[in-house]
Design a protein around this ligand. Structure first.
Ligand code: CA
Length: 321
């Protein structure tokens, strides 16, 4: 058995469909972009990874009409392009559970065909402004399996925000950390930039100083944006890429960097990630409609596919930033 104990038949089928789509002529760059969870991985990784990133041997490009075995070799622990799920319904229940932890309110999510990064479907989330108005779609088996496989968690997903992130703190990705009192490691926004937050002690990455904020990026509204991260659970480190480019404010390599990772490293952090949850949770009243597509988890960097999206400027390089 390869490193993907949690590959479901549905995920494999989705990956197969996606791989096939990648070989079809298309005039829709979105379709081409999202259809290559594994195919685009090698080029993207080789182009941008630093030397200490593992070489994704398992993600060698597959030929047109790749076999099931070839997709298994791709080793994705989780992949969903949401094409097989019905519009208006939940994402594939074999992969995802729709959750509003602790309490529920106005937050809703469903498969949508008004926006898509690949094909025609994505997951639309309508998140409310109160904490209990949160909603997530969650997979536990894939990230737990990666943890058992050496602790290397790589994620890649595309997100489209209906509006720019505001000043308040929000979360669109939460991962339960079994080594931190089951509290979440969160990715989302504060001070209008992309950031991480640790629920247990409210530490942020970057530190939200002007310099720290300036070393992250502003996710543009109404634009499909590729977000990737790597958490080395054994080392307790984080690396993050947006549209294929590493974001310096979202890197924590174990050595405290002023204005970036000093707060995160104020305690020993060796996560054991047990859930992967995409959705919306808001702590200061900010509502959002957002979409997710082409979600992948693996033990190696997946990449964004043959994306032509330009790297985003750091927030500190923006006018008035
Ligand atoms: Ca899709």
């Amino acid at each position: 058995m390869r490193s993907a104990p949690s590959v479901h038949a549905a995920a494999l089928a989705a990956a197969l469909v996606a791989t096939g789509c990648a070989t079809h002529p298309t005039t829709d760059p979105h379709e081409a972009l999202g259809a290559t969870a594994s195919d685009g991985a090698v080029d993207e990784s080789d182009a941008t990874s630093s030397a200490d990133e593992p070489t994704p041997d398992a993600a060698e490009p597959t030929e047109a009409g790749a076999t099931t075995a070839a997709d298994a070799d791709a080793g994705l622990a989780l992949f969903d392009d949401f094409e097989s799920a019905a519009v208006g319904g939940p994402p594939n229940p074999a992969l995802w559970t729709v959750e509003s932890p602790d309490c529920s309110g106005t937050g809703t999510l469903a498969i949508d065909d008004s926006e898509a990064h690949s094909g025609h479907h994505s997951v639309r989330v309508d998140g409310g402004g109160g904490y209990c108005d949160h909603v997530f779609f969650s997979n536990a088996s894939a990230i737990t399996g990666l943890g058992q496989d050496g602790g290397q968690v790589y994620a890649r997903f595309f997100v489209r925000l209906g509006a720019a992130l505001g000043q308040g703190h929000v979360t669109f990705l939460a991962m339960q950390d079994d080594n931190d009192g089951d509290d979440d490691v969160r990715m989302g926004g504060q001070d209008a930039i992309l950031m991480y937050n640790r629920e247990s002690d409210d530490a942020t990455l970057p530190t939200l100083s002007p310099t720290g904020v300036g070393d992250s990026v502003v996710i543009p509204a109404a634009t499909w944006t590729c977000i990737e991260f790597h958490v080395d659970q054994s080392a307790g480190t984080i690396d993050t890429w947006v549209n294929g480019a590493e974001v310096p404010g979202l890197v924590e390599n174990g050595t405290a960097v002023a204005d970036i990772s000093t707060q995160w490293l104020s305690k020993t952090w060796r996560p054991s990630l047990a859930t992967f949850q995409l959705g919306w949770e808001s702590y200061a009243g900010e509502t959002m409609t957002l979409w997710f597509d082409d979600v992948a988890l693996a033990a190696f960097r997946v990449g964004c596919g043959p994306s032509t999206a330009a790297a985003l400027p750091l927030a500190g390089q923006l006018d008035g930033g």
